[in-house]
Design a binder for this molecule. Structure first.
Ligand code: NAD
Length: 492
């Protein structure tokens, strides 16, 4: 008998199988094993899910915030109890190492913790006597039914940049996970079921583009959060906003790391390798271009090539493995094509991951860490998001040239610099057009209590995920101006 999980929808507090005949296997990218089967929900099933969320909204928004967060406290405790199981599932469906998956689950939980502060965060403000006897107050109210459309690379964490804040603020919610990795959220929703949320407050609907389109067309959905590639982010943002919805859409990236000649080269190479090859380069904050300034050239190049060649690649559940597979064979083929393209554009390939086969995991979609040395900055590969363990090295003569290159990019998700000069670091902080920045840091991932702040084609909308931006996104402000004439008290 197959142990593959049948992925279900969670609608109005009930687990429902989809009736759709369109089905997809969920594959462990390291072993090739079928982990689950996911059906692409029908339009009617998506509509029913949105209706369930809409029906639950009036009572949930009337539930005091102090009561709403009790479900989140309970969820936090359940997530801690199932921490290891969730992390293992993430490794199995997504490919990252168990250590990386544990990091992801921790971030997921931190967002639940942060959202438990909503009773205070959601407070408004007021002014007495804006004119004689007239007071003005701002109160925050929830928006209604909200939805998130998530990518494959962080199956558990990304929906939690939004979900806990949305429901803590009194909204009801629909989650559409990536059809490539629906298993982790299936388990998380098993815990949500036990956490005491009333039916319909949190809902799960599986599928791909067709499901997204129904959500975008549903008048009851008032706000949409999206995380994924830039073309789809643009599509979702334009459709959602044209329909009058709030939207925040996080897109792709091509993240540069600048190496100055005064950097600690050992540290810079080690951290850059972790940034570029961690999660097999499938992080929106992965460093994918290194801009090497002046005399940093020989020393850094040697160290990073060595780090790439010696990284241990294999199944993320096995001990000592430092990098897992990429998500699918199609993804592997695309990445290998782009490595070839970089070579054609004139780059050397001193570490070449093409054709990787891992003993014992011959069905896996592995690409070893790859270095494209001397990549032309204006070429296709230097400007395309590869989303794999491929690091391009570009050489320039000054910090000004490095910043000009960064600011010429269409993306602005993250930029990092390694230097021991405070003045250079300050110039970089001030001038580089990126929303998340690392100074002697390789992955500048904001904690749950800071917004995840991509710029340019890495983000469409103004408010980001997490923290106070999430509070703003999931509440609408109501301004009340009131007069209670003094003489009316005479009646009493
Ligand atoms: P994707 O854009 O292919 O898919 C994301 C979601 O959109 C999925 O749920 C998918 O089902 C849905 N989708 C796909 N095509 C669609 C279409 N044509 N119309 C409507 N919906 C569609 O992204 P992915 O491959 O799952 O994830 C990788 C991408 O996500 C990378 O570009 C990465 O940089 C980006 N990402 C960005 C961030 C960030 O914070 N900026 C974080 C994580 C991942």
């Amino acid at each position: 008998m197959s142990s593959a999980i049948d992925i279900l929808n969670y609608t109005g507090g009930k687990w429902l199988p989809s009736k759709s005949s369109e089905m997809q296997d969920v594959i462990n990218p390291a072993t090739g094993e079928v982990l689950g089967r996911v059906r692409m929900s029908t339009a009617e099933e998506v509509k029913n899910t949105v209706d369930a969320a809409a029906d639950a909204f009036p009572a949930w928004r009337r539930t005091p915030a102090t009561e709403r967060v009790q479900c989140l406290f309970k969820l936090k405790s359940l997530l801690e109890d199932h921490f290891e199981e969730l992390s293992r599932m993430t490794t199995m469906e997504c490919g990252k190492t168990l250590e990386e998956a544990r990091g992801e689950t921790r971030r997921l939980i931190e967002n639940v913790e942060c959202s438990c502060g909503i009773p205070q965060l959601m407070q408004g403000y007021n002014s007495e006597d804006i004119a004689r006897g007239i007071d003005e107050t701002m109160v925050r109210q929830p928006v209604g039914v909200c939805a998130v459309i998530a990518p494959f690379n962080f199956p558990g964490m990304v929906p939690f940049w939004f979900l806990p804040y949305a429901v803590a603020c009194g909204n009801t919610y629909v989650v559409k996970p990536s059809e490539k990795v629906p298993c982790t959220l299936q388990k998380v929703f098993g815990l949500i079921e036990q956490a005491g949320f009333p039916p319909g407050v949190l809902n799960l609907v599986n599928g791909a583009k067709e499901v997204v389109d129904v959500l975008l067309d549903s008048p009851a959905v008032r706000a949409v959060s999206f995380v994924g590639s830039t073309p789809v982010a643009k599509y979702v943002y334009s459709h959602a906003t044209a329909a009058g919805k709030r939207a925040q859409c996080q897109g792709g990236a091509k993240n540069p790391i600048v190496i100055m000649p005064d950097a600690d080269m050992g540290m810079a190479a080690r951290i850059t390798a972790d940034s570029a090859f961690g999660c097999a380069g499938q992080r929106c904050l992965a460093g994918s271009l290194v801009i090497i300034v002046g005399e940093a050239k020989g020393r850094f190049t040697e160290a990073i090539v060595d780090a790439a060649r010696t990284r241990i690649v294999g199944y993320g559940l096995d001990d000592k493995v430092q990098m897992g597979p990429v998500i699918t064979h199609q993804s592997k083929a695309r990445i290998e094509h782009l490595i070839g393209q970089g070579e054609k554009e004139g780059a050397r390939v001193p570490a070449d991951g093409r054709g990787t086969i891992i003993k014992g995991y011959e069905k896996g979609s592995f690409v070893r860490p790859t270095i494209l040395d001397g990549l032309p900055p204006e070429g296709e590969v230097a400007t395309t998001e590869i989303f794999g363990p491929v690091l391009g090295l570009i050489y320039v003569e000054s910090i000004d040239q490095a910043i000009d290159l960064i600011n010429g990019s269409r993306y602005g998700n993250m930029g990092c610099i390694f230097t021991d000069s405070g003045a250079v670091a300050r110039k970089f902080r001030y001038e580089a057009e990126v929303g998340n920045m690392g100074i002697n840091i390789g992955i500048a991932a904001p904690m749950a209590f800071f917004p995840f702040s991509g710029w340019k084609d890495s983000h469409f909308g103004d408010l980001h995920g997490q923290s106070l931006d999430a509070l703003e996104f999931f509440t609408q402000k109501k301004i009340v101006v009131e007069r209670w004439p003094k003489e009316w008290t005479r009646k009493f």
